[in-house]
Design a binder for this molecule. Sequence first.
Ligand SMILES: [Zn+2]
Length: 368
Amino acid sequence: MAFSYYIQANCSHTKARAGIFTTPHGTVETPRFMPVGTLATVKGITPRQLKDAAAQMILANTYHLHLQPGEDIVESAGGLHKFMAWEQPILTDSGGFQVFSLSELRKISEEGVTFRSPRDGRIINMTPEHSIKIQNALGADVIMAFDECPPADASKAEVAAATERTYRWLKRCISAHQKPEKQALFGIVQGGIYLDLRSQSVADLVALDLPGYAIGGVSVGEKPELINATVQHTAPLLPADKPRYLMGVGTYREMVQAIASGVDLFDCVIPTRFGRHGTALVNGERINIKNAQYKRDYKPLDETCPCYACQNFSRSYLNHLVKSREMLGYILLSLHNITELIRFTQKIRTAILKDNFMVEFGNWLSKS
Ligand SMILES: [Zn+2]
């Protein structure tokens, strides 16, 4: 089997677990934060730097790569790994979330979604079959089902209809998938903040015996306590022997809370987005490096951080670069932030392996 998930340790006090997810391009030690490389690039960071940051699996996005450069270009180049020179695991998001959140939607039907390309205005049809065809051409190790993502303010009836449609679309995704031996298709649990819909969605998906499961439709604008309640309810319902991925979540507290509920994988754009806005993640806090207090601060961002930025440069220098709008400033901050979030999940993993998760990270569970 090209794909497997092996649990190395379970926490005695919570549902946290440490494991190893094996893919055709190597293993992913979980829990793990996955950097986002939407357009087949983690903005400003070279693959060598990503490797130094201990990245294992990274994300790319089907919707964006379909619009530019087009999956045929990537496929002709030898697939996404070769095209972007990343030899380790890659996951492609199906495009569902982007179609529903970024596009000028024309029509949603049982068949799929019609929208206007924000790049050149052409009308594009995206169906479950089309999304899987694109993802088969891109060649990531993990591909995602095409799902309908209702907005956070949708009614329960609207969420229920979208969740049922997502399930019908998932079955079409499975039928369309041409490379199950090389690419693991993960299903996405929907159901919004409604726990009974989440339970039904999990039951439907689990019956299809997929190689992994994602929890979608969280962190879309609902209150933070509802995110935690949804994950706490949903994650433990998923099969223990398959990887669990919480989509679009990657802040310190949300990750610790989700890990305590048994989630393994996370992604979020914040490390690079913050980096481009002069914000550094240090010891669980956000600092704005442009603040005057850092002008003569000759310490590194984090003395304990092994990243290139912290090993070589001071806060004073980063303050100068960002205030001068120098490209290197944003790159160094992004590099540090990625290293920081991966390292945070690595520390959690080590704690779980020693059954010390509650002692070291329990304080995050009570913080609000
Ligand atoms: Zn650093």
